[in-house]
Design a protein around this ligand. Structure first.
Ligand code: NDP
Length: 309
């Protein structure tokens, strides 16, 4: 299929793009960066590259992107400013929001103008949708929480739901994605390898994680399988608490997991953004079970073993 991708030059995209190419799709990759700067994109003939900022509405008027849209059969929209990398100042929160909401609104507006819209749109969201309540086990049935991230996810999803009627929509509420070259684990690994690792905060918060390979497989499956629509939680079936996450990581690495990172230190670095790491949520997926999705890595220690092999 001809697929158009936004936000696929980063941590998830760097495994997703090679998988989609292997599956025989031809890709149009949208990025704010110039092609030469992105090392993660293979130099393949069936990748068309468009440099533009998807959050700026005027970029979507360009002939190049309009032509790509006309022939595209599927869209994967993952674009968004990183959430837990910087302090949540007012400006940064605006960037976190606009990069997702404006991009999605611009994309949907362009799709609605097409005579023949794409068959499928896969749109990212996050388990932050549910807010954080340590007593609740969340499934796709739960309603949204009430904090910055929950409201952001709600608006992100509502913008995507405005897609053309003929386009099948799958929203993936993504959990903590695990791979060694980025994300939460990428940050923890050097500290653990140095023997200085340990749980963050009080260690009781839930970590609803997914191996990056499983996430890419589920996105790939949803491109081709028309039974996949609505919302799925992109999480493995066995979430763990931070203490278990960090013990298991220490064990697989053969390193101690003794040095807890106190919550106030993280709050000093990330401000309100520290809540993403300190609060967590216990998320299950009923929909992926019903769709009979087969996880390669349902257990955290198996995921770590494969990632660190
Ligand atoms: P990365 O930060 O690695 O990549 C983000 C992508 O979004 C890049 O391709 C980048 O494209 C684009 N982007 C970044 N900032 C902006 C901006 N200000 N305006 C427009 N586009 C921007 O993220 P991941 O690959 O980890 O995640 C992809 C999506 O999945 C994100 O929306 C994220 O919120 C969501 N998600 C990820 C989780 C995780 O654990 N990794 C968990 C839950 C949700 P370029 O620079 O090429 O323009």
């Amino acid at each position: 299929m001809k697929l158009l991708l936004t936000g696929c030059t980063g941590f998830i995209g760097r495994e997703l793009i090679p998988l989609l190419i292997k599956e025989g799709h031809s890709l149009t990759v949208i990025s704010r960066q110039s092609k030469g700067k992105i090392q993660t994109i293979p130099n393949e003939q069936n990748i068309n590259f468009i440099q533009m900022n998807p959050a700026e509405s005027s970029s979507w008027d360009k002939e190049e992107i309009q032509n790509s849209l006309k022939s595209c059969e599927g869209v994967i929209n993952l674009a968004g400013e990183p959430i837990a990398e910087k302090r949540w100042t007012t400006d940064h929160c605006k960037e976190i929001t606009n990069s997702r909401i404006e991009t999605t609104k611009n994309l949907i507006k362009s799709l609605r103008n097409l005579r023949k819209p794409p068959k499928v749109l896969i749109n990212a969201s996050a388990i932050g949708f549910y807010g954080s309540n340590p007593q609740t086990e969340f499934t796709e049935e739960n309603i949204q929480g009430d904090d910055f991230l929950a409201n952001l996810c709600k608006e992100w999803e509502s913008s995507a739901k405005n897609k053309p009627r003929a386009t099948r929509l799958l929203i993936v509420r993504i959990g903590i994605v695990l791979a060694k070259d980025g994300g939460a684990l990428g940050k923890m690994l050097p500290i653990f390898r140095a023997g200085l690792g340990g749980p963050i905060g009080d260690g009781k918060q839930w970590m609803s994680w997914i191996h990056r390979t499983d996430l890419c497989n589920l996105i790939n499956e949803s491109v081709k399988n028309s039974a996949w629509s609505g919302v799925v939680n992109g999480v493995a079936p066995n979430p763990v608490r931070m203490n278990e996450f960090s013990n298991s990581l220490g064990q697989v690495l053969g390193r101690p997991s003794l040095f807890a990172v106190p919550a106030p230190i993280l709050k000093l670095i990330l401000g309100d953004g520290a809540r993403v790491v300190l609060e967590g949520q216990n998320v299950q997926t009923q929909r992926l079970n019903k769709l009979k999705f087969k996880f390669n890595f349902p257990m955290i220690n198996e995921a770590f073993k494969s990632i660190l092999a």
